[in-house]
Design a protein around this ligand. Structure first.
Ligand code: ATP
Length: 363
């Protein structure tokens, strides 16, 4: 992949030179917001007030909160679609207010719910927009377009020359992600990117996105209304209330195990224990090695499955225990209801701590 013509985030200079040009080589950079406030003209109350947060390179941070709490305003100040009233924002240590907004936006991927593909341009031309603005050659640009269409699982032979209206909602969303990744930006801002898709497409896009992020390791701010989406995707979740006040900022496992207050607890909703089990691999429970009880055959589960999968299987089959067996057929032990309950109790992390051992199976 060609290198951007202008490097605006200092550490990207080093990484860009060393990357050798893979499709997904960018890595991420830190984002720091320091006492950021936004008061819209004519408004008495700020939409965002005194917001401070540091996001580590390569981290995927979810902003969750009710409609109107200031999630989008906070996020859009990072690429200066909205200008802060006061405070500072640094990307890779560099003050974004010192950069030209156009330059800044070419180095920050942006994906929104409405997708924002240009309707009169083909999918290939849509994806090529930023590389062209950055002065990449035709050959480099078309190679990049093809590579990205492959990355988001849209066959270039089928989709490159189509127009957005000739794609399904989920396909358009994938093309939107490809366009945001075109110039390999170190930072991505995603505003309810999967919000308009049906539940099945949404789950598929989330799974694809997790696989992609495991490779590309961008620094991502991802806005969602959906707490379950935040749990599934986020390295950390910021639960926000009015004026973007941070009620809790921690890993999904830590928030589920120890919500900071009633507001956060109400946001988690029912089923916190089940949500936590979906973050824990079966191997985080104590597996026992006794012989199968009544000689009957027990249902089997792969060690990559979660404790939530295990509980589902126990309930559906009515079995008293499951056998955990790896892909080579080696028996790792058996898993009981009691062991699942014990794993849940033992793994309760203290507030502010990282994920408990074995949690975080989604990444
Ligand atoms: N251009 C604007 N002028 C005045 N007020 C605005 C403007 N844009 C947003 N607001 C107000 O700022 C507050 C925060 O809006 P924002 O869009 O950031 O919230 P949000 O949490 O992203 O909401 P949603 O989840 O519904 O998208 C809201 O009260 C909104 O009405």
């Amino acid at each position: 992949m060609p290198k951007p013509t202008t490097i605006i985030f200092p550490s990207m200079d080093v990484r860009g030179a060393a990357s050798g040009g893979s499709a997904t080589s960018g890595g991420g950079v830190s984002i720091e917001l320091d006492s950021v406030t936004k008061t819209y003209p004519g408004q008495d109350v700020s939409a965002v007030e005194d917001f401070s947060m540091r996001i580590e390179p390569g981290e995927l941070v979810m902003f969750v909160g009710p409609s109107g709490c200031g999630k989008t305003t906070t996020m859009k100040m990072v690429n200066r679609i909205i200008e802060p009233t006061s405070g500072s924002i640094r990307i890779d240590g560099q003050d974004v207010l010192s950069l030209s907004p156009d330059q800044l936006r070419r180095h920050i991927g942006y994906v929104i719910q409405q997708i924002g593909l240009f309707p009169h341009m083909t999918i290939a031309d849509n994806i090529a927009t930023v590389p062209r603005l950055l002065g990449w050659s035709k050959k480099e640009t078309s190679a990049r377009v093809e590579e990205l269409l492959d990355t988001v699982q849209l066959d270039p032979a089928v989709f490159a020359d189509r127009y957005p209206r000739q794609l399904s909602g989920g396909q358009q969303q994938r093309a939107g992600v490809a366009r945001a990744l075109a110039a390999d930006p170190p930072v991505m801002l995603m505003d309810e990117p999967f919000g308009a898709t049906d539940p099945i497409t949404r789950e598929k896009l989330q799974a694809e996105f997790l696989r992609l992020q495991a490779d590309i390791g961008k620094t991502i701010i991802f806005v969602t209304h959906d707490f379950d989406e935040a749990v599934r995707l986020g390295d950390r979740i910021a639960v926000l209330s009015e004026r973007s006040q941070i009620e809790q900022f921690d890993t999904p496992a830590a928030i589920l195990a120890a919500p900071a207050n009633d507001y956060v607890a109400s946001f988690i909703g029912s089923g916190a224990a089940l949500k936590r089990l979906s973050l824990m691999p079966v191997t985080s429970a104590d597996l026992s090695f006794g012989a199968p009880a009544s000689g009957g055959k027990r249902p089997q589960l792969d060690p990559t499955a979660t404790l939530r999968d295990a509980l589902d299987l126990l309930v559906v089959t009515g079995a008293e225990a499951l056998e955990i067996v790896d892909a080579d057929g080696t028996r790792l032990g058996c898993l009981t209801h009691a062991a699942i309950s014990a794993a849940l109790t033992q793994s309760s992390p203290t507030r502010g701590a990282g994920p408990a051992a074995g949690e975080g199976v989604h990444r």
